[in-house]
Every structure is written in C-alpha cells, then in structure tokens.
Write a protein that binds this ligand. Structure first.
Ligand code: ADP
Ligand code: TRP
Length: 328
C-alpha cells in the first residue's frame, strides 16, 4: 500500500471569507480532504501581523471555522486546527530564520504589496514567509493547495527545507509542492482588480439579501450600450458567472452577450441568482452550526492535539540535529 500524501494549507482569520478565497483555495481544500491526509489550519499567528485586537481575532477565527465547516470540510476526514495550538511551528520558524538571507525576504512580493496597501511594516510581516515555511514543513507536508499569489512563499519553503536538510541531515524535512488550479487562479473583485479583503472589493461567501445584491450590482463594467454586442471574455461579471454556472449556462450567456440587446444589468441579475443558489445549502448549514458554539471548540481541540503530536515527531530530530540543549 502506498502511503497517503500529506496535504496542508492555512488561511488567515483576518476577515470574512470571499469568493476569491473559495474558488482559489477553499474549494480545493474541501475536495482534497478525500484524497490524502489533510491538515488545514487557521493562521492566527500570521493574522497578528495585521490584527492586534483580541475580540476581533477570536471572532474571526470562529467565523472562518464555521465558514469552512458549513462549506463541507469534515473534521472526520481532515485535521482542522488553530496554528497557535502548535507551538513547534514558531520553534521551527526560528531555526529556519537563522538560515534565511535577509535578501530573500527583501524580494518578498507579498510584503511589498501589503505595506503599499497600508499595513504597518513590522518584522512579523517581513518574515511572514519563514513562519509559513515552518507551517508547511512541521507536518512534512507533500502538497500545499493555494492560490497563485502564494507561489513565491512555497518556493521560499522549498529553498529553506533544502538548506536545513543539507546542513543538518537529509531526512529531516520533506520538500513540498504547491497545487494551484489554473482556471480559477485569480478571481476578480467588483472593481476588476484581484478580489482581496485589503482592496475592499470582495463579495463574501455568506453575504445575502440586500448586501449581496448591492455588491453584485456594483461590479464595474465598460459602457457598451445595451443594444450592442459585447465581448464576454473582457467582462468582470462574466468572469464570475463562469465560476458559478455549468457549461451549458455559460455558453448560453456568452451567446446573449455576443448577440446584443443584453445589458450588464441582465448579466448581474443572472450572476446574483447563481450565487444565491450555489451557496444555499452552505448558508443553511452555517445557521445550524451557529446554534452549537461548543462544537467549534471541540473540533479545534481535537484537531490541535493531532497536529501537535505530529509536529513534535518532526521537531524532535531537528532539535537533536541542531545541537539545541534541552534539560527535560
Ligand atoms: P486576501 O487577499 O483577501 O487577504 P488571503 O491572502 O487571505 O486573501 O488569501 C487566502 C487564500 O485565498 C490564499 O490561498 C489565496 O491564494 C486565495 N485567494 C485570495 N484571493 C484570491 C483571488 N482573488 N483569487 C484566487 N484566490 C485567491
Ligand atoms: N499566507 C497564506 C495566505 O495569505 C496563509 C498561510 C499561512 C498558508 N501559512 C500557510 C497557506 C501555509 C498555505 C500553507 O493565504
């Protein structure tokens, strides 16, 4: 029997999750729990780089767990936990930091983007990729499903793992691979830029009613008149429709764009209906889960223990190989 691959990914609990997170990451996470030994965690240490407020961080963490469970993550099939339940992560991050050239962090695209968008340039933000590398390596992960924007961080992880192995022993860490689904690599936001919490251009997965309608209606389009034929491939509304609709519906709507007499308002209404239908079951499930707050705690407690036990098995030989003294 071949050994099951370890799949790992993390998501920052730094706000309500949006459909970019869903199609770029969560959907794959949920599908992949069937394919291997899957570990998914709430990257709350990482979130401290941008959220310094106890209530906010705690509430966001619960919200993300509820979102994931409602969308189909099953704690019987995967390990769902909080990063802060595995202190071995920060221990390994320190060791990796001693192997990281400053110049490697200076090339970090995400750091530059985040500072440009107004985040404080703290050391935690600067060394974020090192902690992310530790997250991945501490479970000897094989596959890391993420969005395109995380590619550089996975490359850094591979580099650091190789370096630690060369210096301290070839079998200490596993070199991971990223898993990126190309067709939905970047989901556009309502303004056409990459959908992101930090751009304020998101449609959230659990938005409903008026909020959802307002956001869909605000999607930016060009000003081709209603009667004229339109190019679906350059339209933000159509890019989103493609994520939610089946093949036949997509072909049908593309035909209407090209024929003319079909306005962006029509397309937005179709998109709204598609989003409502797509997430209807998850919405109902989330409302049910909200009634049982103890459940989230139980899931995190059990997941945390499993993750910690596994991390300790990887960390112990590294401590020993580096010559770190421990009296207990
Ligand atoms: P945000 O940009 O909103 O802060 P995060 O950086 O927390 O989102 O991303 C969480 C996960 O969702 C990552 O794996 C990321 O690659 C993916 N993701 C985020 N936004 C998008 C998007 N617009 N399209 C595709 N994937 C995305
Ligand atoms: N940086 C990731 C993001 O912003 C979150 C993350 C932290 C992560 N640690 C990770 C993703 C480890 C995959 C593996 O989305």
């Amino acid at each position: 029997m071949t050994k099951k691959k370890t799949i790992l990914s993390g998501i920052q609990p730094s706000g309500r999750l949006h459909i970019g997170n869903y199609f770029g990451a969560m959907k794959q996470h949920i599908a992949m729990q069937e394919e291997g030994d899957a570990f998914y965690f709430l990257a709350n240490y990482h979130s401290l780089t941008s959220i310094q407020n106890k209530e906010k961080l705690e509430n966001n963490t619960r919200d993300v767990v509820l979102d994931y469970l409602a969308l189909g993550l099953d704690p019987k099939k995967c390990t769902l936990f909080a990063q802060s339940d595995v202190p071995q992560t920060t221990e390994l991050a320190w060791i990796l930091g001693t192997l990281t050239p400053v110049s490697m962090m200076e090339k970090g695209v995400a750091y530059k983007d985040k500072v440009a968008s107004g985040l404080s340039p703290n050391i935690g933000l600067f060394t974020y990729p090192i902690l992310q590398a530790a997250d991945i390596l501490i479970y000897r992960s094989n596959i890391v499903p993420v969005g395109e924007d995380q590619k550089q961080n996975i490359e850094i992880t591979r580099d650091l793992a190789g370096k630690l192995n060369r210096i301290y022993g070839e079998d200490l860490l596993t070199i991971p691979e990223e898993h990126i689904v190309k067709s939905v690599a970047t989901v556009p936001g309502v303004d056409g830029r990459k959908m992101s919490k930090s751009y304020g251009n998101t449609i959230n997965i659990f938005d409903e009613g008026k909020t959802l309608k307002k956001k869909v209606m605000s999607i930016e389009t060009d000003s081709v008149p209603l009667d004229d034929p339109k190019d679906p491939e350059t339209c933000n509304v159509f890019a989103l429709i493609k994520l939610f609709a089946d093949k036949e519906t997509i072909t049908n709507i593309a035909g209407k764009y090209k024929a003319g007499g079909y306005g962006y308002g029509h397309a937005k209404k179709e998109l709204l209906g598609l989003i409502e239908e797509y997430f209807a079951d998850a919405r109902a499930k989330r409302k049910e889960l909200e009634q049982n707050p103890g459940y989230v705690n139980d899931v995190l407690k059990e997941g945390g223990k499993k993750a910690r036990d596994r991390a300790e098995q990887v960390m112990e030989p590294i401590r020993s190989a580096t010559g770190l003294f421990r009296s207990y």
